[in-house]
Design a protein around this ligand. Structure first.
Ligand code: FAD
Length: 543
């Protein structure tokens, strides 16, 4: 199989134009056999109004060696990579006595559990929140009526933090083993649209995610795995041995202790109580940088026109996204985060009396507004010194300030960009209606954020407006605060992916500081499941 990249075709090209373009590029005669598989399809939008599709295709043809020789030195033709997933070991001949435990049923935990189940290792999945359908009801209670359920919300419950999201499935991580492909293949098997395997920036939207999560649970259970919902890991039992500290069990919120020597901690970035517990138990942990800021909304039509020019609204392009970065004079980087075309801003707190924003959308991305976090990088040395948990305290202070500024009933403080840039509180909103539910209170977002963050965003918005006309329109609206951009800490792990000071604990995914999104969390889940499988199977063969 050969791979050909950088094949450009107009947005409106007929289907047969693809084969014609490949044959022309390679000088392949019409009688030569050619089977085409699209590996990736994106678009190049650098020139507004002249946007074209860019294909990567895998080709099955008779004289691969001849073609490679004829195009020697061409960077766009190579042997196609083998992206097939291979398990690190065959399943054990008989069920093992020890069952690995996965704490957390977000994308990391679910992919870890699925790999373990597919390897015949019968994982037990502990999830503090509820099954996804019940969780949806609980989450809507906050959005519609301002009623928060602390154990079942946007952050906690089956499916993890990404369930009510745009379901963007791309990542910048290095992935030499093509684990991302395995994640996408499993998502398709669970009901995701097949196009996620080929489009360059796939997304699924929130409705599909809900049923996919249920389907994956069904598959894990069918393979011998077990889920326990409403079951929180409250403590860890650690033994001191000649080789150092080792996990012996987990204390659960139902009062039971689950004996295990292998637990994957896929806790997500909002499990603040669990991090406090792990820190108190001496599990290695360090503070890490993250970002804070606000969420901005514009009518999607403004963004479409700014990005696509005369091609705005073309059905092949869909709703436009954007990615923006600005290096401010105060040394801070400001960037757009988790951009959701045609979506809504959501209330994303997991703690009472706090307000946190994030964004989501449906597969159609057809809501009136585009939204994105506009966030500023912060780091422990400068901004929250004081140990591994100081970032959590920093987040909480901003989230409490936003709760107060919003009126104390889970409405979010909101501000017109014009007022924010002029340094005055908003008293009313303009042409852009915010989508955040249960509602917003016109306010001064500067009161909820550190001065250096406010200064950096004030400088960045006009710079973004020069790149995307209308971005700094006075009526664009911002809500806040955006604080859960990534984990404020990391649980360092060693070569075998166990905690550097506590064997048997496998920190994983976003909360442990090893992922930043659905796809990368799933990839990390696979890596850690493989490490657990190796350890369990090595112990078994040594018996
Ligand atoms: P999580 O998904 O956070 O899962 C952790 C799970 O562990 C939770 O279900 C939690 O209940 C459980 N848990 C925590 N502590 C315990 C305990 N002590 N005992 C038992 N269970 C516990 N990313 C994208 O790539 N694309 C997007 O479009 C996108 N949109 C997002 C929109 C929103 C509203 C939010 C909140 C996030 C979004 N993200 C998106 C980020 C993405 O959701 C996360 O990066 C991803 O979910 C991290 O996966 P994880 O499995 O590591 O952790």
């Amino acid at each position: 199989m050969l791979r050909l990249t950088e094949l450009k075709l107009p947005l409106d090209h007929p289907p047969e134009a693809l084969e014609a373009a490949i044959r022309a590029r390679l000088g392949l005669k019409s009688e030569a056999r050619l089977a085409i598989q699209v590996a990736r399809r994106g678009y190049d939008a650098r020139r507004r109004g002249r946007i074209a599709f860019v294909y990567t295709v895998d080709l099955d043809t008779d004289d691969e060696a001849g073609l490679l020789a004829a195009h020697a030195g061409a960077a766009d033709l190579s042997i196609a990579p083998d992206t097939t997933y291979r398990f690190v070991a065959p399943p054990p001949e008989r069920p093992l006595d020890e069952r690995p435990v996965v704490v957390g049923a977000g994308p990391c935990g679910v992919m870890a559990a699925l790999i373990l189940a597919q390897m015949g290792l019968r994982p037990i999945v502990l999830e503090r929140g509820r099954v996804v359908r019940q969780r949806t009801v609980d989450t809507f209670a906050l959005w519609r009526r301002g009623e928060l359920t602390p154990e079942s919300n946007v952050q906690f419950g089956e499916g993890g933090a990404g369930t009510f999201s745009d379901g963007k499935l791309y990542s910048q991580i290095k992935d030499p083993n093509h684990y991302g492909r395995k994640v996408l293949v499993e998502f398709v098997a669970a009901g995701a649209p097949e196009e996620i395997l080929t489009v360059s920036k796939p997304h699924i939207g929130t409705f599909r995610l809900v049923s996919m999560v249920e389907h994956m649970r069904g598959e894990i259970e069918r393979l011998g795995g077990e889920y326990r919902f409403g079951t929180r890991m409250d403590d860890v039992v650690i033994e001191e041995g000649p080789d150092g500290r080792r996990l012996a069990g987990l204390v659960l919120s139902d009062g039971n202790t689950l004996a295990t020597r292998h637990a994957i901690l896929a806790l997500g970035h909002s499990a603040r109580d669990s991090f406090e517990m792990l820190h108190a138990r001496g599990v290695a942990m360090v503070a890490k940088p993250f970002s804070v800021g606000v969420r901005i909304e514009h009518p999607q039509g403004w963004i479409d026109r700014a990005r696509f020019g005369s091609q705005a609204g073309h059905p092949a392009l869909g709703a436009a996204d954007y990615k923006l970065v600005h290096h401010a004079a105060n040394g801070r980087s400001v960037y757009s985060f988790c951009m959701c075309p045609g979506g809504t801003v959501v209330a994303a707190t997991s703690e009472p009396e706090r307000v946190v924003t994030n964004g989501m959308s449906q597969y159609s991305r057809a809501e009136r507004n585009a939204n994105a976090g506009i966030v500023v990088g912060i780091d422990p040395e400068r901004d929250y010194p004081g140990g591994p948990l100081a970032g959590i305290a920093f987040q909480r202070a901003l989230e409490s300030a936003a709760f107060a500024a919003g009126g104390g009933d889970y409405r979010a403080p909101a501000q017109r960009v014009g007022d924010f840039l002029a340094g005055r509180a908003s008293t009313s909103l303009g042409a852009v209606l915010p989508s955040y539910k249960p509602g917003v209170t016109p306010a001064d977002l500067a009161a909820c954020l550190p001065d250096f963050v406010v200064a950096a965003i004030r400088e960045a918005l006009p710079a973004f407006g020069r790149q995307l006309p209308g971005f700094d329109h006075e009526d664009a609206v911002m809500t806040g605060v955006e604080t859960r951009t990534s984990s404020p800490l990391r649980l360092p792990r060693g070569a075998t992916l166990q905690s550097v000071n506590t064997a048997g604990l496998y920190p994983a995914g976003e909360g442990a500081g090893y992922a930043g999104g659905i796809l990368s969390a799933g990839v990390d889940g696979i890596r850690v499941a493989e490490a657990v499988a190796r350890s369990l199977l090595t112990a078994e063969s040594a018996r």
